[in-house]
Design a protein. Structure first.
Length: 134
């Protein structure tokens, strides 16, 4: 990874943005669950693209590898923060299966986005060959 510190910080910020939006629109979750379930992945995607763009602006090579690692780190950060909050006695108290089906699976979009951005960035770099980018 180019910067573990930035990767972890940006992963936390992605989680924080999604959390703050979910908190702000929590009443929608109660009154119109499908709308809430549609808004949250969009928020997650926008935050992921924004921070991936910032992160990749400092990456000079091995874009595909960096994109996959970055996405896995960010997904891990989000799940690691969520699990204690969602499974502990709280307003959201869920079982692990409920969490994975309702929220956890949505986080798979993070490495999909960052790996895709890494692939696009690698293709746009004339001096990057497949041998250099793994």
């Amino acid at each position: 990874m180019v910067s573990w510190r930035k990767a972890l910080l940006f992963g936390f910020l992605i989680w924080l943005i999604a959390f703050l939006v979910a908190f702000a629109i929590f009443q929608i979750r109660e009154s119109s669950r499908p709308l809430f379930e549609s808004i949250m992945p969009v928020v997650l995607a926008v935050a992921t693209v924004f921070f991936a763009r910032l992160y990749f602006s400092h990456v000079g090579a091995r874009f595909r590898r960096e994109g996959v690692l970055l996405g896995l780190v960010w997904m891990g950060v989000n799940v690691a923060i969520d699990i204690p909050l969602m499974l502990a006695p709280s307003p959201m108290q869920m079982t692990l299966g409920e969490y994975l089906a309702d929220i956890g699976l949505t986080y798979v979009m993070i490495p999909v986005i960052t790996a895709g951005m890494g692939l696009v960035r690698a293709q746009g770099t004339p001096d990057t060959t497949p041998e250099q980018d793994h």
